[in-house]
Design a protein around this ligand. Structure first.
Ligand code: FES
Ligand SMILES: [Zn+2]
Length: 122
């Protein structure tokens, strides 16, 4: 069997509510992973592109997060409404969805404008 061409690792980590770093899937519903699996299957990409649930990707303050390999492109603040666009633009056409790509200054840095996580404005 051929190797997978791409992997989409989708953080499914859960932390208690009120945790200062937050988490990507507070209700542990894995909805993003399910949506990616469905979108890939609908396009006949099963067996070529894999959507995996991952543990914490250590980018929590920008969540929900995922990363696409082999490119190593991190996406943050991803919603169900973004799944089709990421699959069509990045996975199929090779063009990352820039508006959702995490900035270099946000990845694996001790601080950025999002750390510590800002309280939602209400
Ligand atoms: S909880 Fe998702 S990146 Fe840490
Ligand atoms: Zn940031």
């Amino acid at each position: 069997m051929a190797r997978f061409e791409k992997h989409i690792f989708i953080c499914g980590n859960q932390r208690p509510s009120g945790h200062p770093r937050g988490c990507c899937d507070p209700e542990q519903k894995a909805e993003l992973r399910k949506a990616f699996k469905q979108a890939l299957a609908e396009r006949g990409l099963k067996g070529r592109v894999r959507a995996n649930q991952s543990g914490c990707l250590d980018q929590c303050e920008h969540g929900p997060n995922l990363v696409v390999y082999p490119e190593g492109v991190f996406y943050g603040h991803v919603t169900l409404a973004d799944v089709e666009e990421i699959v069509e633009s990045h996975i199929i056409s090779g063009k990352p969805v820039e508006r959702l790509v995490l900035a270099e200054g946000c990845i694996n840095t001790a601080s950025c404008e999002h750390k510590p996580r800002k309280a939602p404005s209400t």
